[in-house]
Write a protein that binds this ligand. Structure first.
Ligand SMILES: [Zn+2]
Length: 215
């Protein structure tokens, strides 16, 4: 089973990918991680990539294809792949099809964790943590029992992440849409795009993904 997992920041993609790895023994193939891994272990493609990056150039699609090819060979046919952050263009999507075919595999599902943008803004801009013990709170969904006092340690100091602003959330959503727009139509046409409500509870999202994989 090979899938692409898509979802904007805040949709819980990392959590769900981690669960797929834990529960189904799948392997998450993130191009950034593969690249760093290949460079640090000094594989032939890693050395090639390092030379390109040392020149300050961007790693080409061919290099990324080589990385995926090597990774699939190392994984073997029994392990499913979760593609993360790749492909980003129609050309890369076609390349991915070619690589998978070479390994006797195919892309089974594109799973997109959908979010309601306004609800995501509310979820992210409302969160804050205790500056002392790190306990997590939310202005609306998870307030301290006594306003201004941490339930866990009694501290009255709290902090917010500076990038948890509406502007940042909406900008990230815009970037996400721009990134996925080139590849979604092609996969839609093949009827392999499945959408899951990323705003649901973590367990529910996991269950929905499991149902898609079992289909
Ligand atoms: Zn605390």
């Amino acid at each position: 089973m090979d899938i692409i997992l898509l979802g904007p920041p805040g949709a819980g993609k990392g959590t769900q990918a981690h669960r797929l790895v834990e529960h189904h023994g799948m392997r998450q193939l993130s191009t950034g991680d593969m690249l760093r891994g290949a460079v640090s272990t000094g594989t032939p493609v890693g050395l090639k990539a390092k030379a390109i990056m040392d020149r300050g150039d961007l790693v080409s699609d061919d290099i990324v294809s080589e990385l995926i090819d090597a990774e699939l060979t190392a994984m073997g046919p029994a392990t499913g792949a979760i593609f993360d952050g790749y492909p980003r263009t129609e050309a890369q999507a076609q390349m991915l099809d070619g690589i998978l075919e070479k390994h006797g595999r195919k892309l089974d599902h594109v799973i997109e964790l959908e979010v309601d943008e306004d609800a995501l803004v509310e979820r992210i801009t409302g969160r804050f943590t205790c500056a002392n013990c790190g306990a997590g709170y939310h202005d609306k969904f998870n307030k301290p029992e006594t306003p201004g006092v941490c339930d866990r340690c009694g501290s009255t100091e709290f902090k917010r992440r500076p990038d948890d602003t509406e502007e940042t959330v909406r900008k990230r959503m815009g970037l996400y849409r721009a990134e996925t727009a080139p590849i979604l139509p092609g996969y839609e046409a093949r009827g392999i795009v499945n959408r899951v409500d990323g705003m649901a509870a973590i367990e529910e999202v996991t269950h929905a993904i499991d149902c898609i994989l079992a289909d």
